[in-house]
Unconditional design. Structure first.
Length: 313
């Protein structure tokens, strides 16, 4: 594994003619935004580029240009192997799902997660940046690659969603500057926020049921919101924002979202104001950032909650 700098990363991209882009499963705004931004940038450089992801693009991101070009892993079976597989916003090989099994090209990784396992042949890691979208915007600026209005929308989406629309502690001067660069290049903050925050009556009904069982253990320092299998069947992958329902409660340091994705599998999202939740997620084989992390516990929801509480302060 080689730690790449900005020059060695550009040399690898320059040398590659065919590139497959991918991101982590269950992609969020940063994954989709950074991928679409990089996709259009590479098209402008004359590259043969494909986007392949082992999960559908969430509907709320479908307003972005080229979102309809994202293909499932099966599409790779009918394509020639690319020169490189460029992985964005994923910190482990497992996080890219079936794409890693199907695509045998050398893997290069652009990421901002401090928990990155250095799984790629080459890694460009900037953990001080709030989002991979921030990295891509920075690369375009440094390499003098034009940022079109559609790229700007995508990269702004990535930046804004991964720092809580500039509310989280990972928001820095550079984060704001890259967001401003996107706006200067044509990003539409109001359009992005309207699509990201758009909700439905069904989602509100699910939230109401989930809030009926919110818990505040550890003297109120921890807030837990849980979606059992019944609620997950209704919610699907649309669970963004649920953890913030308890994160913003006065006195809560660590907010937890538990999702029963199977009879013996619970997916966990952690957010905090002071505690290092990356370390807690790491105990269960996960990771992320100091203030935002996640993991999967191979236990039923209630048992997973019990084990998690043992690790929480």
């Amino acid at each position: 594994m080689e730690m790449l700098n900005i020059d060695s990363l550009k040399a690898i991209i320059d040398d590659a003619q065919s590139i497959v882009l991918t991101v982590h499963v269950n992609p969020d705004g940063d994954a989709i935004g950074s991928m679409l931004g990089m996709y259009e940038a590479l098209l402008q450089q004359g590259k043969n580029v494909q986007m392949v992801v082992d999960s559908p693009v969430p509907h709320k991101f479908s307003f972005l240009k080229y979102a309809d070009r994202v293909q499932p892993p099966e599409a790779l079976q009918s394509l020639e192997q690319p020169d490189i597989l460029l992985v964005l916003d994923a910190s482990t090989f497992e996080r890219i799902g079936k794409v890693g099994e199907v695509c045998k090209a050398p893997i290069y990784n652009i990421d901002h997660h401090i928990s990155n396992t250095k799984f790629a042949a080459g890694l460009y890691l900037v953990p001080e940046f709030a989002a991979t979208g921030e990295i891509v915007a920075h690369l375009c600026e440094q390499w003098h690659w034009p940022i079109t209005p559609s790229m700007a929308d995508a990269l702004y989406l990535g930046i804004a969603t991964d720092c809580g629309f500039f509310k989280f502690s990972n928001t820095t001067e550079h984060t704001l500057r890259m967001a401003a660069l996107c706006v200067q290049c044509g990003a539409r903050p109001q359009v992005v926020s309207e699509h990201v925050e758009l909700t439905s009556m069904n989602r509100l009904a699910i939230m109401r049921k989930a809030l009926a069982n919110v818990e505040f253990p550890h003297d109120g320092r921890v807030g837990i919101i849980a979606l059992d299998e019944e609620l997950m069947a209704l919610a699907g992958d649309d669970t963004d924002g649920y953890v913030d329902l308890v994160r913003n409660v006065e006195g809560v340091d660590v907010a937890v979202l538990l999702k029963a994705v199977g009879p013996k599998t619970t997916r966990v999202s952690l957010r905090s104001k002071a505690t290092d939740v990356n370390q807690i997620a790491g105990h269960f084989g996960g990771g992320g950032h100091i203030r935002a992390a996640g993991c999967t516990i191979q236990l039923p929801l209630e048992a997973a909650k019990a084990e998690l509480l043992k690790e929480l302060p």
